[in-house]
Design a protein. Structure first.
Length: 309
């Protein structure tokens, strides 16, 4: 691989500058010495010599391992689909490797694989305090994609651990800025706030945070019982208000009915007979009606009949 690599480094975001160009000590590129491409330092012939020895030894090992390459044994690197290989030579970034199989110099080169697929990081359960001083436990999940493998390797020690730690601390801070009721009602807005903060913090890490979602919110048993008691009391109060409102409307209707019955006494007798009919239909029994009730009704009906004649 080393004979086909570009001699210079791309810019940040595409690659990292070499140690020779960024140290500021006057180190430069030397030409081909003894058939090998080395980075010679002025007055440091021993450095070039050691690099040449390591390069030659690595090439010798590659030749010895040629019969074993068919079994994928030796200084070979297989970059799977969905990954990108980062080739490092003498600790300095050289190039990116697309998916495939590569043979490298084991003495001078190293291949690191970076996953370019969507990765899911679970944030462990965290104990947090809300703005109204209530204790809750929350956990979340973060969706992350590596967009620049060079930045992800050389600008962050361990981007997996860094993203998880940042997400946990951001979750605690955002939960502390909201009341418990807001956390339950405005969970989508809180998720958007978490995602925006994570994207701003990780802009220079070579990763893109797609989303941060709160997965579960757990409260202590005592708090759950207290909230259940509050909800039950609210429902009982609403039920009493509804009953009182119904009674008020019923009283108005009864008052109007009483006025009508006062003007027409026979209607009261008819209502009484209707009640007797319903009792007889349900109980299947004989009801004896006193003459004091039937008499006024029959007299009233007779007087009305004579008046009509």
């Amino acid at each position: 691989i080393g004979n086909q690599l570009p001699p210079t480094m791309p810019k940040p975001g595409e690659a990292q500058p070499t140690a020779a160009s960024s140290s500021g000590t006057g180190m430069g590129r030397a030409g081909m010495e003894n058939g090998l491409d080395v980075e010679a330092e002025p007055g440091r012939f021993s450095t070039a010599l050691y690099r040449a020895v390591y390069t030659g030894w690595g090439e010798f090992v590659k030749c010895l391992c040629c019969p074993l390459f068919a079994c994928q044994i030796g200084p070979i690197a297989v970059v799977e689909q969905g990954f990108v290989g980062v080739l490092i030579r003498f600790g300095v970034f050289q190039t990116l490797l697309d998916p495939g199989m590569y043979v490298f110099n084991p003495a001078t080169q190293e291949v690191r694989k970076v996953c370019m697929k969507m990765q899911v990081f679970e944030i462990p359960r965290q104990a947090a305090i809300t703005r109204d001083n209530l204790s809750v436990q929350v956990d979340a999940v973060t969706f992350v994609t590596v967009v620049d493998p060079v930045l992800a390797i050389f600008h962050v020690d361990d981007y997996n651990h860094a993203v998880k730690t940042l997400a946990a601390s951001t979750l605690l801070r955002v939960i502390g800025e909201h009341d418990l009721q807001d956390i339950f009602h405005d969970r989508s807005k809180i998720n958007e706030s978490l995602t925006r903060i994570m994207q701003e913090k990780t802009s220079g890490w070579g990763v893109k945070v797609a989303s941060v979602e709160i997965r579960d919110i757990t409260m202590p048993d005592s708090m759950q019982r207290a909230m259940a008691a509050i909800a039950e009391a609210n429902r009982e109060a609403q039920a009493k208000v509804i009953v009182a409102e119904g009674q008020r409307k019923a009283a108005s209707i009864f008052a109007e009915a009483a006025d009508v019955m006062d003007k027409h006494p026979i209607s009261l007798q008819l209502q009484w007979f209707e009640t007797l009919r319903q009792i007889a239909a349900e109980k299947n029994s004989t009801v004896i009606v006193p003459d004091s009730v039937v008499g006024p009704l029959s007299a009233g009906l007779s007087s009305r009949a004579r008046g009509s004649d």
